[in-house]
Design a protein around this ligand. Structure first.
Ligand code: PMP
Length: 396
């Protein structure tokens, strides 16, 4: 039965992790991951999460099935985070939100729904983008193309190229946009550029799908959600996927969401009913634990305050590492201006290093990043930073 089945290519990041695990270099550093580590190189367990879990142990509960669209309090909390708790879309009930299996699950439910709604639409993703965007929308049955984004020569964004591509896209084209903290480059467009993107989406009748996997990792919860407000103000209907993997350090619990902003409450009810069919026929309903933890944190004022503090600490530590990286590279003798690293935002940095340099970093120094030059700044710490700077200086 399976004789004709071909071996699928290995996931590039997971392959890198395997290589890292097998590396015997005692100084090895894994910057290939998309994970936040604390200054001790450990995956944090947030105190707000621990507090909820301690309460759960004190009064353990049986676990029945959740509703298809997840925990009501969770979905409400997501709406509040994405649109603002007192915003018009939330108050008027025109947001359809489902609890998803991580941000990936939110994207997938949205992609499947869009495929039913508009089967011939094309999907545009940024060049480059999170590698799963292409795979996920292709798997959902779409033809996926790219809009220009990263400009290597200018160390920034080819915004004209991006805008031209949006302005040339046929009506109905689904445009996947990183709401904040662009993965993999670390370059976000400016507020005035968002205005132009919103204008193009509106003028060309495009379908915006905002992927918000890092809300709170850039400048703050509200600040990172600012692009959403611009789409709302323009009167557009659009999709937003949310991930709590990073912001709650709950990677393995698969907590995320999909929100669809509709024209009115009645439309939102109909859209929600269709999203529920996608879920019911795929995994039936979401798991309880992660959603319950996040809902409890977000709806308990003291825990919410604690979460925002802890999120702020992660955000600040990443920024500190960016500065240390720039200073450390200079101290290690790097002559070229590396200050672009502090212009970037979020967990990642497109370092500008070539594939050959990245391979040398791995082979000679045990410093692992992707071949594209992407490094996870959130995996740097006060113990490994000097070694990483010296290693980079040697390959530059
Ligand atoms: N979108 C982007 C841009 C991401 O970087 C990630 C996580 N690496 C996701 C979505 C998926 O998040 P999750 O792990 O919650 O599925």
């Amino acid at each position: 039965m399976f004789t004709a089945v071909e071996m699928a290519p290995r996931d590039p990041i997971l392959g890198l992790n395997e290589q890292f695990a097998a590396d015997t270099n005692p100084n090895k550093v894994n910057l290939g991951v998309g994970v936040y580590y604390d200054d001790n190189g450990k995956l944090p367990l947030l105190r707000c999460v621990q507090a909820v879990e301690e309460d759960m142990i004190k009064s353990p509960k049986a676990r029945g099935y959740l509703p298809i669209d997840g925990i009501v309090a969770y979905d409400d909390a997501v709406k509040g985070l994405v649109f603002g708790p007192d915003s018009e879309p939330v108050k008027s009930g025109r947001v359809a939100t489902i609890q998803g299996l991580g941000g990936t699950g939110g994207l997938k439910v949205g992609a499947d729904f869009l495929k039913k709604l508009n089967p011939n639409a094309k999907v545009l993703i940024s060049n480059p983008s999170w590698e799963n965007h292409r795979a996920l929308f292709t798997q959902a049955g779409f033809v996926v193309e790219e809009y220009p984004y990263y400009d290597a020569a200018r160390r920034g964004i080819d915004f004209d190229g991006m805008l031209n591509a949006l302005n040339a896209a046929p009506a109905g084209t689904i445009v996947v946009l990183h709401a904040c903290c662009h993965n993999p480059t670390g370059y976000d467009i400016r507020a005035d550029q968002w205005d132009q993107v919103v204008g193009a989406v509106k003028a060309r009748n495009l379908v915006a799908f905002l992927d918000m996997a890092y809300q709170g990792f850039g400048y703050g919860i509200q600040e990172d959600g600012a692009a959403i407000g611009k789409f709302v103000a323009a009167g557009l209907n659009f999709f937003v996927s949310t991930s709590f993997s990073k912001s709650f350090s709950l990677y393995g619990e698969r907590v995320g969401a999909l929100s669809v902003l509709c024209e009115n409450k009645d439309e939102a009810a109909r859209v929600l009913s269709q999203l529920k069919i996608m879920i019911r026929t795929n995994y039936s309903n979401p798991p309880t634990h992660g959603g319950a933890v996040v809902a409890a944190v977000l709806s308990t004022p003291a825990l919410r305050t604690l979460w925002e503090k802890e999120l702020g600490e992660m955000r600040d530590r990443i920024k500190l590492m960016r500065h240390k990286l720039v200073d450390g590279l200079k101290a290690a003798g790097v002559k070229q201006d590396m200050s672009f690293i502090t212009d970037q935002i979020g967990m990642f940095s497109y370092s500008g290093l070539s594939k050959d340099q990245m391979v040398r970093l791995r082979q000679e120094f045990g410093v692992y990043g992707t071949d594209t030059g992407r490094m996870c700044v959130a995996a740097l710490n006060s113990k490994n930073i000097d070694y990483v700077c010296q290693s980079i200086a040697k390959v530059l």
